[in-house]
Design a binder for this molecule. Sequence first.
Ligand SMILES: Cc1cc2nc3c(=O)[nH]c(=O)nc-3n(C[C@H](O)[C@H](O)[C@H](O)COP(=O)(O)OP(=O)(O)OC[C@H]3O[C@@H](n4cnc5c(N)ncnc54)[C@H](O)[C@@H]3O)c2cc1C
Length: 465
Amino acid sequence: MADANPGGADNFDVVILGAGSGGYACALRAAQLGLSVALVEKDKVGGTCLHVGCIPTKALLHAAEVADSTRESEQFGVNATLEGIDMAGVNKYKDGVVTRLHKGLTGLVKGRGITVVEGEGRLVAHDTVEVDGRRVVGRNVVLASGSYSKVLPGIEVDGERVLTSDHALSLDRVPTSVVVLGGGVIGCEFASVWRSFGAEVTIVEALPRLVPAEDEASSKALERAFRKRRIGFRTGTPFTSVERTDDGVRVTVEGGETIEAEILLVAVGRGPRTEGLGYDEQGITLERGFVLADERCRTNVEGVFAVGDIVPGLQLAHRGFAQGVFVAEEIAGLSPTPVDEAGIPRVTYSDPEVASVGLNEAAAVEQYGADRVESLTYDLGGNGKSQILRTQGFVKLVRRKDGPVIGVHMVGARVGELIGEAQLIYSWEGYAEDVAPLVHAHPTQNEALGEAHLALAGKPLHAHS
Ligand SMILES: Cc1cc2nc3c(=O)[nH]c(=O)nc-3n(C[C@H](O)[C@H](O)[C@H](O)COP(=O)(O)OP(=O)(O)OC[C@H]3O[C@@H](n4cnc5c(N)ncnc54)[C@H](O)[C@@H]3O)c2cc1C
């Protein structure tokens, strides 16, 4: 392997601790910019996203969509019967996708001359990561050690009856019934998959609504769709306890109601993986375990950066990619523009999907005042392609009065694929009047974005004025 390390055996321009989305993106860009890079990883390059996160869950969701299409084929005049779900087959498909991508990524890392140091790393000086006794020194150090599934006090995860998402991804059967603890992105995605596979599903969420970080209208639409799919949920209902029964679990929620199921999935968020890694000993400022970093991803210690899930904010792979690339460019002296946290698109890939970028209406009102903000909702009922797909939902735009669009919120099958255009509109501070004249191909779901902007610009086409 070409080892681009002119500085000497274990001296590098950049040492990165953790090869997940944030860490490997930083490594790839830094190497591209001619810097020598050491990438320390104790497990597999690719991290959570590739191995136990984004990619395998989306493969499961695609298999779930195939199951639903088969089950509902008659609606489209196609005679097909869903005979069952072969989890061994589903897992083979999912694992095949992960393996191919892992192989590709490993090749990419190797091809760029990045030195991968395998093993558990620990920050032992502001410029040194120690791995199995080997000291890897960097002019700059990037902390990218990622996150783990959190568990509530009193819950004992055994991987059989009480699972985290890691276990749920390698389940060898479709459970007959599941309680999903947590109605955020991960909880809703698994609930959606299991329902499509035929399980009875109940989500328990302490906050008042599903996907509580989204615009209230999106939560309402998702809840309506889940109700139709007979996915049960209790919102505003904190979990109290779980006990094992002969054939599963009994979950008790506040108020005393009990729900029995074969398994419990704990999806209550992810905590930063920072404990025992030497960060605090080296004087890095932590808050509730998260590494505090400024908008240039700098920690309080000179030469030490932090990216990805260990930094407070959205725990998303593409945020990690963006921060990793940013840090590489910063180290190379390119003075890149900081990542705009509100401009990071968010997608929940359940059926239906929920996608958004920018501010939700409540946040916009808080920031600018109710009299300075307005919103418009375009119903997918007027969108031909959405009707062909038989999906319901909307595109909701939030704008500053007489100003640019500052938030786009969408619900419906496949709307995650529309978030790219929404992101450009948000990031380029587009006005409805700028977007309205842009021609959208017909019939596409993208048209719904165009139509929403036409309506906001005062000239609705396929919408009641
Ligand atoms: C079920 C699930 C679904 C998800 N779906 C999506 C999605 O659809 N879209 C999306 O954008 N995000 C999704 N995410 C979130 C996404 O996976 C994370 O935001 C992303 O992986 C964070 O990247 P990271 O680099 O910060 O950390 P990680 O990907 O967690 O990588 C950290 C790496 O550091 C390594 N490491 C840790 N400590 C050490 C050490 N001491 N020594 C050596 N190596 C170490 C770990 O082994 C790991 O490989 C999902 C997450 C989960 C759990």
